[in-house]
Design a protein around this ligand. Structure first.
Ligand code: FAD
Length: 393
């Protein structure tokens, strides 16, 4: 089937304005603070600037103040936003809020949209998505889900422990996956609940120290103990949580790819500029074969990742599940982005690991992407199973 990846004029214009905004307004803040947002006040300031520039919330529906881009449109704009570690925060398209906005637009009731989606899309509040649990609970295998939600008078009682919950510190609410039927190890049924941060049954615990620091709000342990919620906290239907997780995760995996592809392009720009300037052994670094190989391999990785992302986006935009295409794009991009940043750092020599350029920071930020949104091994396992099933059906 033919694949049409042409972007319309509105998307192209938004992508160009986003690129300008990120380079002129966001990159200077990022460079001044080593790639890490210094305060919530700075988040608000950058988001105000993005609103003024007309580039805020490109993914959200127009009734929630956004541009309503489809997945292919997001690929163009999010990659430009991802050129800086702080670009996605400025545009309100950082994880996990961006994925939660996508999910709430599709699954939430009208009341839930007013209460949770509207302030989230506007950037007035932050949120988190609580799925992963310490061993032996859910991680790459979602069937291990151990957090339970049991029916009580007037609603539900949630009990369990989560960890690595990005942005939980300061979030106004959590979308929590809890088991509502079956036992850990079989799929059974899971349900998503909207839990307000001031619920006395939800406790935000330790900030887990990690390699990365740019995903705002950190990664936290969260405990649910006798956490009571009413029926209107159920997101969608009871026992449909695994299906909704796919509604969120397929697009969210790709939007992570788009943002990190932006950082790969930035790293390559830094490396090429340096290689063109630096003189070694009587010539420009850029004229030496092994340096050229690294520059060329970066171009190849960037182009291939972009193509795989766009293909998977196009499949999703056609209304198809695109599980295979998303897994391929996610695995390749997570590994390609790492290779690109690593080569860029190498080309910069000692300067590459110094604080004078942000390549060391980029390397730390992109490494966990080979683990979250499904580790590479889980995706390869799933790709191989689909390939064998296709060949033997
Ligand atoms: C920075 C960061 C942010 C995160 N943010 C969130 C968040 O906001 N919300 C949330 O719910 N979770 C979040 N997570 C958790 C993340 O989704 C999990 O870490 C991920 O799903 C892997 O689960 P796990 O850590 O339990 O690893 P495990 O499931 O224990 O897997 C360990 C390793 O086993 C290997 N493996 C897995 N599957 C296979 C297979 N089929 N074949 C062979 N080997 C395999 C892989 O190498 C894998 O890394 C975050 C994680 C990180 C690192």
């Amino acid at each position: 089937m033919a694949v049409d990846l042409a972007q319309d004029a509105h998307v192209q214009d938004l992508a160009e304005r986003t690129a300008r905004f990120v380079r002129e307004v966001v990159v200077p803040v990022e460079e001044a603070h080593g790639g890490v947002l210094p305060s919530d006040g700075e988040r608000v300031r950058l988001q105000d600037a993005a609103r003024a520039a007309g580039v805020f919330a490109p993914h959200a529906a127009p009734e929630f103040g956004g541009h309503g881009l489809d997945m292919c449109g997001r690929a163009a704009v999010f990659t430009e936003a991802g050129y800086s570690l702080l670009g996605p925060i400025a545009l309100n398209i950082a994880a996990p809020d961006e994925g939660n906005i996508h999910l709430l637009e599709r699954i939430a009731s009208e009341d839930q949209k007013v209460r949770y989606l509207a302030p989230l899309a506007a950037g007035d509040v932050r949120s988190c998505f609580a799925m992963t649990e310490p061993s032996p609970g859910a991680g790459s295998d979602p069937d291990a889900l151990s957090t339970t939600a049991t029916r009580v008078d007037g609603g539900w009682r949630i009990d369990g422990r989560k960890w690595f919950i990005t942005g939980a510190d300061g979030a106004a609410f959590a979308i929590v996956m809890a088991r509502t039927s079956g036992v850990p190890g079989d799929r059974g049924g899971a349900t998503m609940f909207l839990v307000d941060a001031d619920n006395p049954g939800m406790t935000i615990g330790r900030h887990i120290p990690t390699l990365d620091e740019s995903l705002y709000g950190g990664h936290l342990e969260v405990e649910f103990s006798d956490c009571r919620v009413t029926d209107d906290a159920v997101l969608g239907e009871v026992d449909e949580g695994y299906r909704y997780a796919q509604v969120r995760l397929g697009p969210a995996r790709l939007t992570h790819c788009m943002r990190w592809l932006g950082i790969a392009r930035r790293a390559q720009d830094i490396a090429v500029a340096w290689a063109a300037e630096r003189q070694v052994f009587g010539s420009r670094l850029a004229d030496l074969g092994m340096a050229q190989a690294m520059i060329a391999d970066n171009e190849i990785d960037i182009a291939a990742a972009r193509g795989l992302i766009l293909h998977a986006c196009w499949e999703l935009d056609q209304g198809r599940p695109a599980g295979m295409e998303v897994s391929i794009a996610k695995t390749f991009t997570a590994e390609a982005v790492w290779r690109v940043v690593d080569r860029a750092l190498q080309l910069n020599g000692g300067r590459g690991v110094s604080g004078d350029v942000l390549l060391g920071r980029f390397l730390r930020e992109v490494r966990p992407f080979r683990i979250y949104d499904g580790p590479s091994e889980t995706h390869r396992w799933s790709i191989a199973r689909r390939a064998v099933a296709r060949a033997t059906r």
